[in-house]
Ligand binder design. Structure first.
Ligand SMILES: *Cc1c(COP(=O)(O)O)cnc(C)c1O
Length: 361
């Protein structure tokens, strides 16, 4: 399993009170990474569980009762030159800020967000908790490469009545990740469920949005699909996105389409990066509504995008019993080339001409 909770020992926390943020770094119980690797499965699980506690976290809070929380997901990637760098943390800082404002919390300063992410990764790396660059990753375009996943999130003060958080905490944890999607299972199916509605919170990376996503993804998995695809709530006709990833359709006409942002679609940073990379190579990219019928009939290649997914090809899309197979069920040329460029920049194998990578050490 690629995405597990084996958090690194150093955790960041900022508490908001009386108009100011107070920061601290906590070093949780740990041994050296080599000693931890030598532990039995049970011992290792116990040690990891001992890190996943926070003594003074309120038991009853707006977060634990009502899912009032926002989060982010970004990565620090080992670079080909031996250094370590985070991909576009300023963009996550901005989205986190917007998300907190969207849920009417006092927003966390953007520069403090970037500093907290970089510093948490750096402190863990200094204790040896870091993944190292391997040349063998280059052979399959970093499809099986490791990285450090950074998860910033908010937690509310104690509270039992339905309410908003006035004194949130911002916590940053890190965990190692490898490839996210299981190879060989890359079909998607539309979900009958509704992830987001107009005037709702779909555009916010809000914890409460992911209950429906998790249910829909589980239903898709039970039916033998890797991903579920949500349609718009109003007309049940337009493609919106996946469970936790945006979606792109490369049409037979040459146009690359991704659903336009609004209040029901999460503005992915990978999505924005891919749009920029595709436009630079002369691909006509449209951010517009795309109906499910057009997607099924006109698509040459399809892929989903996200921090965890990178750009992952979708070999088929099924809707109402109608299945469209894209590019003969293999990874298309445009998908592969966008994926390789993105990964190349992220792992420092291609020159970062845009200043997307922020050095950790
Ligand atoms: C996080 C997320 C994405 C992808 O965003 P990235 O910034 O590219 O990781 C897309 N859709 C949803 C619903 C998400 O939660």
């Amino acid at each position: 399993m690629a995405f597990t909770l084996n958090a690194y020992p150093v955790v960041y926390r900022a508490k908001y009170a009386a108009g100011a943020w107070t920061e601290e770094y906590l070093e949780k119980p740990h041994k050296t990474p080599a000693e931890e690797a030598a532990l039995s499965e049970r011992e290792r699980r116990e040690l990891e569980a001992s890190r996943n506690v926070y003594a003074d976290m309120p038991l009853v809070s707006y977060t634990s009762q009502y899912g009032l929380s926002v989060f982010e997901g970004l990565k620090a990637l080992p670079q080909k030159d031996g250094s370590l760098a985070v991909f576009r943390p300023d963009r996550n800082a901005e989205r986190f800020h917007n998300s907190m404002r969207g849920l009417r919390m006092p927003p966390f300063p953007k520069d403090a967000f970037v500093a907290a992410c970089v510093e948490t990764v750096r402190r863990n790396a200094e204790l040896g908790f870091v993944t190292r660059y391997k040349t063998e990753w280059e052979k399959d375009s970093y499809m099986n490469a490791d990285s450090v996943y950074i998860r910033p999130f908010t937690y509310s003060e104690g509270g039992i009545g339905v309410g908003l958080s006035k004194e949130p905490w911002v916590v940053v944890v890190c965990t190692p990740v490898s490839a996210y999607f299981v190879p060989g299972l890359s079909g998607a199916i539309t979900s009958k469920r509704i992830r987001a509605t107009a005037n709702g919170t779909g555009w916010i990376k809000a914890a409460s949005n992911y209950v429906v996503s998790a249910i829909a993804k589980q239903e898709a998995a039970e039916a033998g699909y890797m991903e579920c695809v949500f349609l718009d709530a109003a007309e049940r006709k337009y493609v919106e996105e996946g469970s936790s990833c945006n979606i792109f359709f490369s049409l037979k006409s040459g146009e690359l389409v991704t659903p336009e942002l609004g209040d029901t679609i999460l503005p992915g940073i990978t999505r924005a990066s891919i749009i920029e990379l595709a436009r630079e190579r002369g691909v006509a990219v449209s951010e517009r509504k795309i109906g499910i019928e057009e997607a099924l009939d006109e698509t040459k290649e399809c892929f989903v995008s996200g921090t965890a997914a990178g750009a992952t090809p979708i070999e088929s899309l099924t809707h109402d019993g109608k299945k469209a197979v894209f590019n003969g069920g293999t990874t298309g040329e445009l998908t592969a080339s966008i994926r390789d460029t993105l990964k190349g920049i992220q792992y420092g194998a291609l020159r970062d001409t845009k200043g997307w990578m922020v050095k950790v050490r």
